[in-house]
Ligand binder design. Structure first.
Ligand SMILES: Cc1cc2nc3c(=O)[nH]c(=O)nc-3n(C[C@H](O)[C@H](O)[C@H](O)COP(=O)(O)O)c2cc1C
Length: 179
């Protein structure tokens, strides 16, 4: 197979497989939302996840100070709002109000759930050692919520870079040793 050089600056576009999530945080009772695609699973149970949140983002400041957030997983219907939350800053606007999203109380953290998202993961930072160097937070999922009507085949959206998104589609079943 004749392959061509692929620019290193575009490597993220090949490896960014997980669903785009909307991270909610709260500072002094004021909630914020940011869009995020750079996250990864690190352990099964308790679920440990890692994510990169740029120190230029308002969400970085809140997460660093409060050590709590929620990963809200949206499906296709929310795609435009997902991108809007990724193109604006909570330093300037209230994204819940501006984009007509509904905050709901979480049980383990002060950051709100986004009611319209099909799943919500309440998280706390358990390791911040790599924040200074990589903006990489390690979080434990304390509580998870799911909309049972969408559990089987959620049409999550997956970032491919440059404004392109893949929508989750067909599911195939194969014997796999990974859980
Ligand atoms: C599809 C998409 C994916 C994004 N992924 C990330 C990410 O993984 N990490 C990050 O720091 N910013 C990411 N961003 C950018 C932030 O969402 C953006 O900077 C946002 O304005 C931050 O909001 P805030 O200042 O209210 O925290 C992404 C944006 C989009 C549209």
């Amino acid at each position: 197979m004749a392959k061509k050089n692929f620019p290193l600056s575009d490597v993220y576009r090949l490896l960014e497989p997980g669903p785009v999530v909307m991270v909610t945080t709260a500072a002094k009772g004021r909630p914020n939302i940011m869009t995020m695609s750079w996250h990864t699973m690190l352990d099964f149970e308790p679920p440990i996840v890692g994510c990169v949140i740029s120190n230029r983002n308002y969400s970085f400041d809140i997460l660093k100070a409060t050590r709590e957030c929620v990963f809200n997983i949206p499906t296709l219907e929310l795609a435009k709002k997902v991108v809007a939350c990724g193109n604006t800053s909570g330093r300037k606007i209230d994204k819940f109000k501006t984009f007509h999203l509904t905050p709901a109380d979480a049980t383990c953290v002060k950051a709100p759930l986004i009611d319209e998202c099909y799943a919500n993961l309440e998280c706390k930072v358990v390791d911040g050692k790599m924040v200074a160097k990589y903006n990489f937070f390690i979080l434990e999922v304390l509580k998870a919520w799911i909309d049972p009507s969408k559990k089987k085949d959620p049409r999550t959206i997956h970032h491919r870079g440059n404004g392109a998104f893949m929508v989750a589609g067909e599911t195939i079943k194969l014997p796999s040793k990974m859980k």
